[in-house]
Write a protein that binds this ligand. Structure first.
Ligand code: ZN
Ligand code: MG
Length: 484
């Protein structure tokens, strides 16, 4: 019998196939990156002004100066919010999205149609008119490692090498001998680069622009060339004392936020000193509750932030001083003894410090006596408490910042140091008291600290034969050091 539905089914199947074919073709024919403007970029330079202060700026003058010299030039004022009061006759690129507008409006790539882009600080003038062209020629003729051309704006620039280690959360500046190939400059600068390079950076317009850009380009190994014979005229803005003060506050806040976004907690060698952007006594520590002895940063290929290591050292030295004053016998335990044996410091990915103490000495120390019944904040703000997790004491850096030193009370029984409860960690085991008779002094965290004698032997007992020479993360079952 003939099925009346058959022709309909055949027609439907054919239609589905045609639709599928069209859809597949459509997917493949679309440009790979919809927001990648490179195929349509035209010669020329888009000038972006990101570094200005809404409360005191020279945007109108800057716009006039650049357009007088180059009437066809596209000049964008990139701003988180609309400048207030409004500035007439300038193109504003608002970076902070507004819910009723299309998302593309707020993306930089939507607004760049030229192959080159120049980042210009407020107060700069384009005089003589060929300064940007000279920079463009320098970029064209530069060796392949150079991706950025920098020129001073009202100042002579200082050149630096810049070494960024995300693993160590650190950006280290050192003076560069040459302006031809460096990693960063300090001082107000005009920066010229290829648009596609700028758009490759995940944070192209974070402030302060130069600091943020150079950290990102240093990570990519992109070189900077400084044109020493090109200087843009510039009026320093803000010009008033009050404006400058406000600008400094705003810049410091922006810099701290940007450094945290970029994962940098310590900047060395700029303006002669160290600048910290991490945790402090007044803030929480940089990482949350540790699960499986493996802090979150380890999974991202990073080690303990330098601010946290610094807080751990400070807490450890404070605790050791208190114990020594009270005549409490203590020694470096666990990972801290291992760190002391390896390099005289906390292991760079460790997140606490461990000390053993004699149980019978606890009453010699007022802080430990105070901690017995609950918790005690000492005169320097460290918090002493009985740990809720078990039979030990914990000293925290502060009430806000819970980086800590753990104090493990042992007692001798038949010549063996023991405890009534154990953590279950493989290295947390009984050991002969002879390792503590006498104690020896080892360098640790910048001080001389008590430790078991024959510590290498004790470490082999606790951690295994090659633990000193072959570093491993605290819980290799969860995460191992690559290659081991
Ligand atoms: Zn920290
Ligand atoms: Mg530990």
């Amino acid at each position: 019998m003939r099925c009346p539905l058959c022709p309909v089914l055949v027609a439907l199947t054919l239609l589905c196939n045609v639709l599928l074919l069209y859809y597949t073709w459509h997917l493949h024919s679309r440009p790979a990156g919809r927001h990648n403007p490179s195929p349509t970029l035209s010669p020329g330079i888009t000038v972006i002004v990101r570094e200005f202060y809404t409360f005191e700026h020279g945007l109108a003058e800057l716009n006039r100066s650049f357009l007088r010299s180059r009437p066809s030039m596209r000049l964008l004022i990139a701003s988180d919010t609309l400048p207030y009061p409004p500035v007439q006759g300038v193109n504003i690129l608002r970076l902070h999205p507004s819910p009723e507008q299309p998302g593309s409006t707020f993306r930089l790539e939507t607004h760049i149609q030229t192959r080159l882009v120049a980042l210009v600080p407020d107060g700069t003038a384009l005089d003589p008119p060929d300064l940007l062209d000279r920079m463009a020629r320098a970029l064209r003729d530069a060796p392949s490692g150079v991706r950025i051309i920098a020129a001073g704006a009202g100042t002579v620039l200082q050149s630096f090498h810049l070494n960024v280690s995300l693993r160590d959360w650190t950006a280290a500046y050192s003076p560069a001998g040459t302006a031809d190939l460096c990693g960063a400059v300090s001082g107000p600068a005009v920066i010229l680069m290829r648009s596609r390079d700028l758009l490759e950076l995940p944070f192209p317009l974070s402030r302060p622009v130069q600091t943020a850009i150079f950290i990102q380009t240093a990570l990519r190994g992109w070189g900077v060339k400084v044109l020493e014979d090109v200087t843009f005229p510039r009026t320093a803005l803000p010009a008033t004392d009050h404006g400058r003060w406000k600008a400094e506050q705003a810049e410091r806040a922006a810099e701290a936020a940007t450094m945290r976004t970029l994962g940098v907690r310590l900047v060395r060698g700029l303006d002669g000193g160290d600048r910290w952007y991490g945790c402090s006594k007044e803030t929480p520590r940089c990482f949350g509750t540790v699960v499986g002895e493996t802090p979150d940063y380890l999974y991202e290929g990073r080690w303990t932030p330098p601010c946290c290591l610094r807080a751990l050292r400070t807490t450890a030295l404070h605790v050791i001083k208190v114990l020594e004053v009270s005549n409490v016998r203590y020694w470096l335990e666990g990972g801290s003894l291992l760190g002391a044996a390896r390099h005289g410091d906390i292991i760079p990915w460790d997140y606490d410090v461990d000390l053993g103490i004699y149980l019978e000495d606890i009453n010699l120390c007022p802080e430990l006596r105070g901690a017995q019944g609950g918790s005690l904040v000492d005169a320097e703000g460290f918090v002493w408490e009985r740990a809720v997790e078990g039979d030990f004491f914990r000293v925290q850096y502060s009430q806000s910042n819970h980086l800590h030193v753990d104090l493990w009370p042992f007692y001798p029984r038949d010549g063996v140091m023991t405890r009534d409860s154990w953590t279950g960690h493989p290295q947390d085991i009984e050991f002969p008291e002879s390792f503590l008779q006498p104690l020896q002094i080892l360098p640790f965290a910048g001080a001389s600290v008590q430790a078991p004698n024959r510590h290498v032997e004790l470490l082999k007992l606790k951690f295994g034969e090659r633990a000193i020479e072959e570093p491993q993360y605290p819980n290799p079952a969860l995460l191992r050091i690559k290659g081991r």
